[in-house]
Design a protein around this ligand. Structure first.
Ligand SMILES: *Cc1c(COP(=O)(O)O)cnc(C)c1O
Length: 224
């Protein structure tokens, strides 16, 4: 069933890409394995998916014990500063950086490992009080504040859109994040190479692709 779900989601991504004049190869399906075990995650890999997303450090570490670095691991959920040390040599991308303090700790730990860690800035694009992320209007200032950290590379922006009441409702947020993305691409920061826009989940990934997502993070649609 997982294999069929993956095929269906990928086909919908291709269609959305085509509708918006984009190339399907430019969009990565990040399979969010937070609700399933390592064996199901293995099935996802067997079906040809490369990128797995986990929202909690603990569940990433548990699956890492089984799958090691076969997947390309992404940490997509809120990250506490004191947990950076556990994942710094295991993940290729951290989607959820939303404080200078956290960026500094990632930089410090990356330096200790002799690596440059790719990160995304999480933006609370709908201004929901229940969500993490910086406010859209803070983005440039945030990038300036962390521009001196040479062991992180800012690759782009991420958002978790609200739970939509009806289809199409989140398009405006995706479009807003995309505008912000284009804005910061035109600025030059020493530690950035802005080319990733992470937005869209099971309920709204097609709109997200149409609005320019380069990574969609999909869980439920693959596993139910
Ligand atoms: C769980 C989760 C997803 C996937 O959500 P689904 O609705 O299951 O597709 C995407 N992004 C983040 C940050 C998540 O925590």
């Amino acid at each position: 069933m997982i294999r069929e779900n993956i095929e269906r989601v990928q086909e919908e991504i291709w269609r959305a890409a085509e509708r918006s004049g984009r190339r399907a190869e430019d969009i990565t399906l990040c399979a969010v394995t937070k609700t399933v075990d390592a064996q199901a995650a293995q099935e996802v890999l067997d079906a040809g998916i490369v990128t797995l997303g986990e929202n909690r450090v603990q569940s990433l570490l548990e699956k890492y014990e089984v799958l090691a670095d076969r997947p390309d691991w992404h940490l997509i959920g809120h990250l506490q500063t004191n947990k950076v040390k556990y994942i710094i040599d295991k993940v290729s991308l951290i989607h959820s950086v939303e404080s200078v303090h956290l960026a500094e700790e990632i930089d410090r730990k990356a330096k200790a490992h002799g690596i440059v860690q790719d990160i995304l800035i999480e933006v609370n694009v709908a201004g929901e009080t229940s969500k993490f992320g910086i406010r859209p209007e803070e983005t440039e200032r945030f990038l300036e504040q962390i521009a001196g950290l040479s062991n992180i590379c800012v690759r782009g922006l991420m958002t978790i859109a609200p739970l939509p009441q009806k289809k199409g409702e989140n398009r405006k947020y995706f479009s807003k994040l995309r505008e912000l993305f284009v804005d910061i691409q035109s600025k030059k920061y020493d530690n950035s190479n802005i080319d990733i826009l992470s937005m869209g989940m099971s309920r709204d990934y097609e709109e997200a692709v149409e609005e320019g997502a380069t990574i969609v993070r999909v869980g439920t649609a693959l596993f139910t």
